[in-house]
Write a protein that binds this ligand. Structure first.
Ligand code: ZN
Length: 161
């Protein structure tokens, strides 16, 4: 069975940057599951996985434009820790939704935490980076009605709710 729109694919991956530094990996854990065509994963990876079958192994290179976007050149801004909810477990790299000055919702990322100052970035931590995914397709299956309605897979490697 080939990966195509409406099917769930499960894969192991190791993500490295141009220097070969490992950014993320499913190795030793559960493979990642996604619903093809539902934008669960970055566009460049999804596009290049189309048509593959279980057992396929390949390296997928993804440009920033098809990954987490080009870097917009704007430096992170310091925000007082007190502006975040007291019980929020803030971590470097985490994203959150906020309302911009124009009233539109935007996603911001925490790039650094120094004492009572939290540095907030409009760029995804991987913005501007070419991504190299070392991928092994583990399983391809039809999705359930519920998965298609939710736009993501359920069960192992997917959502639990
Ligand atoms: Zn769901």
């Amino acid at each position: 069975m080939q990966i195509e729109d409406g099917r769930v694919a499960t894969f192991h991956y190791t993500l490295t940057d141009d220097d070969g530094t490992v950014i993320d990996s499913s190795s030793g854990g559960q493979p990642m599951a996604y619903l093809h065509g539902a934008q669960n994963i970055v566009p460049g990876l999804e596009r290049q996985l189309a048509g593959l079958e279980s057992g396929a192994k390949l390296i997928v290179d993804v440009t920033p434009e098809e990954g987490y976007g080009a870097h917009n050149g704007v430096d992170p801004q310091a925000v007082p820790r007190s502006e975040f909810p007291r019980d929020a477990d803030l971590k470097v790299g985490m994203g959150f939704r906020a309302q911009g000055s124009d009233g539109n919702e935007m996603v911001l990322f925490i790039s650094d935490i120094r004492g009572s100052r939290v540095f907030v970035d409009t760029n995804h931590p991987l913005a501007g980076k070419t991504l190299h995914f070392d991928v092994e397709i583990m399983e391809v299956r039809e999705s359930s009605e519920g998965e298609r309605a939710h736009g993501h897979p359920h069960g192992p490697g997917g959502h639990h709710h």
